[in-house]
Design a protein. Structure first.
Length: 221
């Protein structure tokens, strides 16, 4: 499945054994079980370790025993217990991205944990999750806002205005106005099914769709 911004997912990863190489006040460094050092990386050096937070409640990975109990030289198991995230951005690379480790990923999701709202003023936010980067993630779709549309579709709304769908948070009116379209919607051009678009928007509104998204993402509706 091709993920897109706005998708609410349940992500998990089976636990594997890792060596504890260092411990600081805030992080524990683990010899990562799923990656190998990339000998052909240019200008990117990786030593084989990944830091897992000991204090951040939004840390994606969990250790067993807990990170606060780990000591250098010991071992633990590391993985991701099933949890809800929502996608801020999808980055697809024409060529595998050079990261310093193998395998090199070609698709990276920037996600926020469920219950954490996007910050429009933040320059950098979210966690990067490599879809095909070696860590054996499982992604289960929970909710996709505007699932009946495809990115790139054009629609007309109930007010007679034309809109381009760049994603549920990237509506662009042809007349340059701000906001979002008024339902019901009529497909003008694109890959979606016109009858499905009409039926899906016969009742409700853009605000209702966003409320459904907020509930799925663990945010207040």
């Amino acid at each position: 499945m091709f993920w897109r911004a706005g998708d609410v997912l349940r992500v998990s990863c089976p636990f594997d054994t890792a060596e504890v190489t260092a411990v600081s006040r805030d992080h524990v460094s683990l010899r990562w079980p799923w990656w190998e050092i990339d000998p052909d990386a240019v200008g990117v050096a990786w030593n084989g370790d990944v830091a897992v937070s000991r204090t951040d409640p939004d840390e994606l990975y969990t250790t067993d025993p807990p990170a606060g109990d780990l000591r250098p030289g010991g071992t633990c198991r590391v993985g991701v217990r099933p949890r809800i995230v929502h996608v801020l951005e999808v980055r697809r690379c024409g060529e595998p991205e050079e990261t310093g480790w193998l395998p090199r990923p070609t698709e990276i999701l920037t996600v926020l944990p469920g219950g954490v709202a996007p910050d429009p003023d933040a320059e950098i936010e979210g966690l990067d999750v490599e879809v095909d980067g070696g860590v054996p993630f499982t992604f289960e779709p929970v909710f996709r806002p505007y699932a009946f549309l495809e990115v790139g579709d054009d629609v007309a709304d109930a007010a007679g205005r034309a809109w381009h769908f760049g994603g549920p948070f990237a509506w662009a009116a042809f007349d340059g106005a701000a906001g979002a379209p008024r339902w019901p919607l009529l497909l003008l051009a694109g890959a979606a099914d016109a009858a499905t678009v009409a039926a899906s928007t016969a009742g409700g509104s853009h605000e209702d769709e966003m409320d459904r998204w907020r509930r799925a993402a663990g945010l207040s509706a």
